[in-house]
Design a protein around this ligand. Structure first.
Ligand code: MSP
Length: 534
């Protein structure tokens, strides 16, 4: 069963499903925006995209929180899931579905998958023994228990040695296959890539230490607790462990007649703390189910804030209100740009600092993208009455031309293919900077004073406009609103309409040099990114 190619180009991208107890914050919004950018890029390329996000609801703490508020777990989950959905909607995130693990479409399928695993012997009943934290209602792994001298890291009370019946997943049987895949090999034509490299190496090292089978069910503490979760097929006393339930969302959502072709997922975008589940448990579960494997897992690092770990008590937590403040003051696209270019896509954490935000806004957006767009359109207005002039192939000006744009587009496409949005953004930015450098070098504003140089000025501005047009297509997935505004000014409003009516574009056609025909009306419009003072 190969996961290597689709007949039609389809692209299935997911985010983690978020715990419904939390309110949306920078972490959730970051991962979801990254997925949104990748989804938009593929739509622009004309692919058939499916972008999934949602909420993870069957944690015991959801039932606890609901009890404290005298609500049912479902009521509490409904309320908080709605908050996530509303927030993502307000932030213009274009997900195609929003999966909630409490929905029947999901729970039914989870039971079916686990039943298949029971039948194949990949899930079997056994006994689990370990250090239990009664306050937290969870087992603590041996090495962590040792670190805290066998006391709870939360309450400080002694951990209890506890033994209970549990169902286990035969993870140990898949070590060799997992190693083959994670080290870049293929199994039956399938590959499985984990990024970044450093994170993948950590996972490989841990697998080499040996894999144990993992418990995948818990004994329900109360009847209410048992009802809040998916029960083990054929054994109501056991509830399927929330993580196993959650991982299946990626498959269950598209396991329908209309959507089956989207599987396997192309990319699971996640944070580093949940990589083990996605790079080890998840592919092993899929192998046990004999389903194709996702092609890629990308585990980004974390945002910290003003140089320190985010915390509510330090007052540096980037919560929803703070994010909304940035959107109001600088616009949604400026936030998207900052997150994509300054974010923790590599293996180190990244700092969300207010001063840095202002610097990046001014240098990348106001002084580079915005300034370049207004320079080019102003000159076309001033010297050619707002119509794109003709290019004269005979004038010699510079060897800066179509090829440099082509190189940038290739680099950008490569980066996008692997989810490396920061590299893609840098490529797009290089093109914009090249336009500025070209203007400095050829000085059309000086040549324009001499009527004999008119053909040369026309050619220079033609080149600038073609490059700007290509740059706008490269930047659109990251800053759709602003680029649509720019498209209006350079006679490309039809792109916006094609994207909203057909849901896809035609990047390869559109991003060709010379696509903007001479005579195209070019208007000045207001500044895309007004400068801000510190
Ligand atoms: N419910 C599980 C995931 C199940 S997926 C099958 C979960 N949920 S969560 O609500 O805790 O969300 C975790 C995710 O939020 C991280 O993987 C990451 O995508 C994002 N982030 C949370 N805090 C973050 C930062 N400080 N920085 C960047 N992203 C982080 O785990």
């Amino acid at each position: 069963m190969s996961n290597a190619s689709h007949a039609t180009s389809r692209f299935y991208v997911t985010t983690p499903i978020y715990y419904v107890n939390d309110r949306p914050h920078i972490g959730h919004i970051y991962t979801t925006l990254l997925a949104d950018m990748l989804a938009r890029h593929r739509r622009l390329c004309g692919e058939d995209v499916f972008f999934l996000t949602g909420t993870d609801e069957h944690a015991a703490k959801v039932a606890d929180a609901a009890r404290e508020r005298e609500m049912t777990p479902q009521q509490w989950a409904d309320r908080n899931a709605a908050e996530f959905e509303r927030t993502f909607g307000e932030l213009g995130i274009g997900n195609d579905d929003f999966i909630r693990t409490s929905q029947q479409r999901h729970t039914e399928r989870v039971k079916r998958y686990v039943k298949q695993l029971l039948d194949s012997g990949d899930v079997y009943p056994g006994e689990y023994e370990g250090w239990y934290d009664t306050g937290q209602e969870e087992y603590v792994p041996e090495h962590k228990a040792k670190e805290t001298d066998y006391k709870s890291a939360v309450s400080g009370r002694p951990l209890i040695r506890r033994k209970e019946e549990s169902y286990f997943f035969r993870l140990s049987a898949y070590s060799q296959q997992l190693l083959t895949l994670l080290e870049g090999g293929q199994i039956g034509g399938q590959f499985f890539r984990v990024q970044p490299e450093a994170r993948r190496n950590e996972v490989v090292a841990r697998i080499r230490e040996g894999l144990n089978d993992v418990p995948i069910s818990r004994h329900a503490a109360s009847e209410e607790d048992a009802r809040w979760g998916v029960s083990m097929p054929g054994d109501d006393k056991h509830t399927i462990y929330v993580w196993i339930d959650a991982l299946f969302n990626y498959l269950s959502t598209v396991d329908t007649d209309e959507r089956r072709a989207y599987w396997p997922a192309d990319l699971h975008m996640i944070g580093k703390e949940i990589l083990w589940f996605h790079a080890v448990i998840w592919p092993a579960l899929l192998m046990a189910l004999d389903r194709p494997l996702p092609r890629q897992v990308y585990a980004h690092s974390f945002w910290i804030s003003e140089g320190r770990k985010m915390s509510k008590s330090l007052g540096n937590f980037i919560d929803l209100e703070k994010i909304q403040g940035y959107v109001e003051e600088f616009g949604l696209d400026a936030l998207r740009w900052f997150l994509a270019t300054q974010g923790p896509l590599g293996s180190t954490d990244a700092d969300f600092a207010h001063d840095k935000f202002l610097d990046v806004y001014n240098s990348d957006l106001a002084n580079t993208v915005g300034n370049c767009a207004s320079r080019v359109s102003n000159m076309i207005n001033r010297y050619f009455d707002g119509r794109l002039p003709e290019h004269d192939g005979h004038v010699e000006i510079s060897d800066w031309h179509a090829h440099s744009a082509e190189r940038v587009v290739d680099e950008y496409q490569q980066a996008m293919r692997w989810g490396q949005l920061n590299r893609a953004a840098a490529a797009a930015m290089d093109l914009v900077r090249d336009i500025d450098a070209y203007i400095e070098e050829t000085q059309p504003y000086r040549l324009a004073k001499d009527p004999d140089q008119r053909v040369k000025v026309a050619t220079i501005l033609y080149n600038c406009a073609q490059a700007l047009h290509i740059a706008s297509l490269l930047l659109w997935p990251l800053m759709p609103g602003k680029m649509e505004q720019l498209w209006e000014h350079i006679g490309c409003g039809h792109y916006t309409r094609a994207l909203s009516e057909r849901g896809r574009g035609d990047f390869v056609q559109w991003a060709q040099w010379g696509k903007l025909p001479p005579g195209t009306p070019v208007t000045k419009g207001k500044a895309l990114f007004p400068r801000v003072n510190k």
